[in-house]
Structure formats: structure tokens, C-alpha cells
Design a protein. Structure first.
Length: 153
């Protein structure tokens, strides 16, 4: 078992609060020292109460899913003798009402573009198998209800 911690910090400062027009800008602090400026999504809470340049929880979920899949992909590819030169994913999450009528992230589509080096590249069947194994082992994909689709470029 492992535990993971993050500190989330927000302060009202001199804004009103009960009028619901306060800033949703806040910070995520991680144990390695990284501090990420965060906010609600401007799709959920309009600007200026949201800060569009900051990371919102919905984007973070999509990025975490993509990152987890990539890290397993790289590890599995290396174990199978394939050299990955680059990996870029333009992941997309869809927020909509789910079957229970609740707004949820219902689908995350990963669209990795992978460049291989070395003496051999995986066949399409081998590539599909690495993606399948990556998805099956990804902690984030195993933790969420959303369908995670992988559509390699």
C-alpha cells in the first residue's frame, strides 16, 4: 500500500463571498516541492471567478490518465525490447450527464503518437498489445468510472 498527499490552498483575501463571485484560484502543493496554480474550469464557473490559465480538476484528471497510460506504455515497450524515441498524447475528456443523470467525466480518449527508434518497430498487433497491457495496468484508469479509449495515431 502507498499513500499520496497533496495540499490544496485557497484564501478569500478581500473579496465578497456570499455573493458567490469570489476567485476560485488556488494552489496544489506536492511533496516534491511542485506548486501548481489551479482553478475551477471556466466551463463550470465563468471568468473572472475562474482563472483560465490555471489547471482545473477536469484537465488534471485527463492529464493523469494520459500520463499513467504513457508511463506503463514506456515500461512495457522497454521490457519487450522496443526503443521509444518520443510519445505525445493529445488526450480529450468528455464531461456530460452519465446514465445516472449526474454530470461526470464519461469518456477519456487517448490519442498517442509514438516514434520508435532502434533496430525494430512493433507490428500493429504488438503495438495494440502494449496499449492493452498499459491500460489494464494503469492505476488511474483502474480507479475511475469513465471509459478510457486508446486511439493510437
Amino acid at each position: 500500500m502507498h499513500t499520496y498527499e497533496a495540499k490544496v490552498s485557497w484564501k478569500r483575501q478581500d473579496q465578497q463571498f456570499v455573493d458567490n463571485r469570489y476567485s476560485r484560484g488556488h494552489e496544489w502543493h506536492f511533496d516534491g516541492g511542485a506548486v501548481v496554480p489551479a482553478s475551477s474550469s471556466p466551463y463550470v464557473v465563468p471568468v473572472p471567478m475562474s482563472i483560465a490559465a490555471n489547471v482545473d480538476p477536469e484537465e488534471a484528471l485527463v492529464a493523469a490518465t494520459s500520463s499513467c497510460h504513457m508511463l506503463f506504455f514506456l515500461s512495457i515497450a522497454a521490457a519487450r525490447g522496443f526503443v521509444v524515441d518520443s510519445y505525445e498524447d493529445k488526450a480529450v475528456g468528455v464531461m456530460e450527464k452519465n446514465g445516472e443523470g449526474k454530470v461526470a467525466m464519461t469518456r477519456i480518449t487517448l490519442r498517442p503518437e509514438i516514434a520508435f527508434g532502434g533496430e525494430r518497430e512493433p507490428t500493429q498487433e504488438e503495438l495494440d498489445a502494449i496499449h492493452h497491457a498499459s491500460h489494464a495496468q494503469c492505476y488511474i484508469a483502474n480507479s475511475i468510472k469513465a471509459n478510457v479509449l486508446v486511439e493510437p495515431a
